[in-house]
Structures are given as C-alpha cells and as structure tokens.
Design a protein around this ligand. Structure first.
Ligand SMILES: C[S@@+](CC[C@H](N)C(=O)[O-])C[C@H]1O[C@@H](n2cnc3c(N)ncnc32)[C@H](O)[C@@H]1O
Length: 212
C-alpha cells in the first residue's frame, strides 16, 4: 500500500463494509485523547485537528467540552459521513476534510493541537513519515502540542490487514524529529470489540519555539 489512491480505496472499503463500532480500534469514548487535549488546549477557540479521525467520538467529546475550532481530516469520506450523521446539526460547526495526510497541504501555523490515534503507525515508508512530519511541523504553531497514540512496542504488528511500525516513547520522539519535545507519555491497553487487548503508547509532544 503506497499510493494515495490505494490508501483511499482501502479505507473506503473498510468504512463501507464494517460497522463503525465493530472495527478493532473502536472505543466508546475517547477519554485518554480528550484528557490530553483538554490539558493543553484551554481556550475554547483553540484550533484542534484530528488527523485520521475516522468515525471516532473524539469530536463529540471536544464539542461537548466547548471547543469550537475543530477540524477532522480523513482519507475516507465514508468515515467522515458516519461522524457527521451521528453528530447531527452540530456537525456544521466542524470542518470536515476528506484528504490524505501524506499529500494534503494545510495552512502554516494553523493548529494549536494535532491529534492522531492509530494513523502515523501505518506509515512504514520513511518518505511518507518525512512528508507527515514536515506537514505537522509546518501547520502546528510554535508551542502547540501533538497528542499521538500508536501501537506500543509490544502492541500488534498489524492493523486492518496492514503492517504497522510500533513505538516506544523515545522511538516516537525520534521519528517526529527535533522540532518536537516529548512532554510526557503513558501506556494504555485498548480492549477491542472482539475481546483482544492491544498495547498503545500515548504521547504528548510540544512544538519547539524555533527550528523545523
Ligand atoms: C485505525 S483507524 C483510527 C481512527 C480514529 N483515529 C480512531 O482512533 O478511532 C485509522 C484512520 O485513519 C484514516 N487514514 C489512514 N491513512 C490515512 C491517511 N494517509 N490520511 C488520512 N487518513 C488516513 C483511516 O481512514 C481511518 O479512519
């Protein structure tokens, strides 16, 4: 899986053939992500993007917490449609971007918080990771934060039929490069709808004031 078209086809197939609450990454709430975001994005106007947000209920939690500058980006419009339908009229207060994070362009220094749960770990090609990191460094404001969740070093080797790269905190900080400093991290065990346990790493990083 290398091209943008292949990524789109794969994820469109997933989101049009699987029930959103039956996919392995489903969580009935997004409490861990929400806690980390709320801890750094105190103003209601903070610009927050959920990259590869899929059908996650994180956006519901952010709306309920009073945030009003929210963007959800996903390569699958079917995933975005699930969230839009669930949220109803409040969906018009969210910017929905159907795009591939590897190829999309975003405005410079647009975001205060960048959230990614279980997307970056699919980037097993270093060129894709480089593109992702360049975009992240460009579109996050100096002093802004990244909340990233990946499979931990003892987590699954695959997700949705694809190889993933697993990370410990030092490895993830290294992968994101010198524009970011690791603030803190925690491990978490995710219970899948199928009854399996998956080890995740949650990391909070800060965009340095200079460089990158
Ligand atoms: C494992 S799911 C995680 C979904 C969501 N973050 C969550 O925690 O429930 C990965 C999501 O990323 C999206 N995705 C995968 N590769 C992507 C890319 N290159 N650009 C944008 N979205 C992508 C998929 O469509 C899917 O919704």
């Amino acid at each position: 899986m290398t091209t943008s078209g292949e990524r789109r086809s794969h994820w469109q197939r997933v989101w049009t053939t699987r029930r959103p609450d039956a996919v392995s990454w489903f969580e009935p709430d997004a409490a861990r992500s929400l806690d980390l975001i709320v801890g750094v994005a105190r103003a209601p106007g903070a610009a927050i993007i959920d990259v590869g947000g899929g059908a996650s209920v994180l956006v519901d939690g952010l709306l309920a917490a009073g945030f009003r500058n929210l963007t959800v980006l996903d390569v699958s419009v079917a995933a975005l449609d699930v969230s839009r339908a669930r949220i109803g009229s409040a969906a018009s207060n969210v910017r929905w971007l159907e795009a591939d994070v590897i190829t999309v362009d975003l405005a410079p220094r647009e975001f205060d918080v960048w959230h990614d749960r279980a997307v970056f770990h699919f980037l097993t090609d270093s060129r894709d990771r480089d593109r992702y990191v360049d975009l992240l460094a460009k579109s996050l404001r100096a002093g802004g934060h990244v909340v990233m969740a990946t499979f931990a070093s003892d987590g699954p080797e695959q997700c949705s039929g694809m190889q993933v790269t697993r990370y410990d905190a030092a490895g993830l900080a290294d992968a994101l490069g010198t524009s970011f400093e690791l603030v803190r991290h925690q491990r978490a065990v995710h219970a899948t709808p199928g009854g399996a346990s998956q080890s995740f790493l949650y990391a909070l990083l800060r965009r340095r004031d200079q460089g990158g």
